[in-house]
Design a binder for this molecule. Sequence first.
Ligand code: HAM
Length: 440
Amino acid sequence: MAMIQRPKGTADMLPAQAYKWHTIEKLASETAEQYGFREIRVPAFEETGLFLRSVGETTDVVQKEMYTVTATGDSEFTLRPEGTAGVMRAVIENGLLNEAFPQKVYYLINCFRHENVQKGRLREFHQFGCEMVGSADAKADADVISMAKSFMDRIGLRDIELNINSIGCPTCRAKYQQALRDYFGARRDELCDTCKERLEKNPMRLLDCKSPICKEIGKNAPLIIDYLCDECSDHFEKLKKYLGLMGIDFVVNPKIVRGLDYYTRTVFEFISKDIGAQGTVCGGGRYDGLIEELSGKAVPALGFAMGIERLILTMEAQNCDFMEEKTCDLYIASMGDEAVDKSMELAMKLRDEGFFVEYDLMGRGIKPQMKYAGKIGAKFVLVIGSSELETGCAKLKNMASGEQADIKLDDSFVDNFSNALMAEMFKDIDGEMAALLGKE
Ligand code: HAM
């Protein structure tokens, strides 16, 4: 029988990997909350029109990468290729624009893009993102960037380069678009078909075309930074000043334009050199026109999103520490029906107190039960048979040291087990303390 396999460009996250994801998710929400961001959850699919109006009709994401679905008699929907559009739709629809500014939200989501699959480029991937609504001040840009940086520091990443640029506002962009039309127009015949079309509609999109020829031609294209109006220049200068004040290193990279249409003014990327060609672990910027485009109300906003798979790849490449996986505190091995009953009773008591406990569910003999306890990395094993039930006392085995101690199975059991576990967990620290005190 042919086995059905997972779709190309998707991944199964198995239990053995879960602790890596938990590390990211826990530190992401902790960092975001410290900066005043609160979690938002929105649907994984939206009306297709939302992405056309926000991400932009001439972007690769919309033209080539959307998973669009229809159900009989229903509208056309698209699996979200990114988070900002849906989150802004929710902010507007739920009246958050009437609340105190800045509104700050973060999210941990999956996204879908029909891309050419390669290392760090998937068709279903995950993002940690944040959005701040209401502030036009460059301090907000610096604050959002500092949050991204602080999170990456916390997960232990090193050598991540922050690239910043300004892509101006509609005023300064009009002149720039013309400069691009003149430049690329001179070599129109060499451009890919998509870019020929983009030349009229949205020439800035030529700058992030993935076709090798367009990329080559684009190398000497005019730079937006040379066309900024006074206000946009001033905003960018302030951002650089604030980043300096905050001690955040950056390089100005005038080639960053980002692949989504909604950006205005500040754009930025954090890039790792340790994971190959797809090294952008975080991308973001300001999108002061998007809320107006979607709601008619002019409200500035900005944010970023990081690819969780790329973060994990970088952490692995840099040997960063992940949160430790939880392991079983106690495995109760039992022989005979009455002993099984007792093991269930003891397990429930310990679980009620927060301990991680397992017992035999397979009807195995003692030897295979011990083997299983070893495999799951149980810290202690308790063995109960008929004689233990008779005497009310059993052996508690410390699996790391091999030591065994008697433990009563009466009401003192939970406290005594807790003491044994604490002694095991803190033995290294106790040893270090003793060594330190000895030296003094
Ligand atoms: P983006 O640059 O398209 O921006 O994606 C953000 C991050 O998601 C990228 O830097 C990368 O780490 C990850 N990513 C993107 N595509 C893939 C893929 N195919 N496979 C694996 N990882 C990927 C946005 O999505 C904007 N919504 C960010 C933003 C939020 N701007 C303002 N607010």
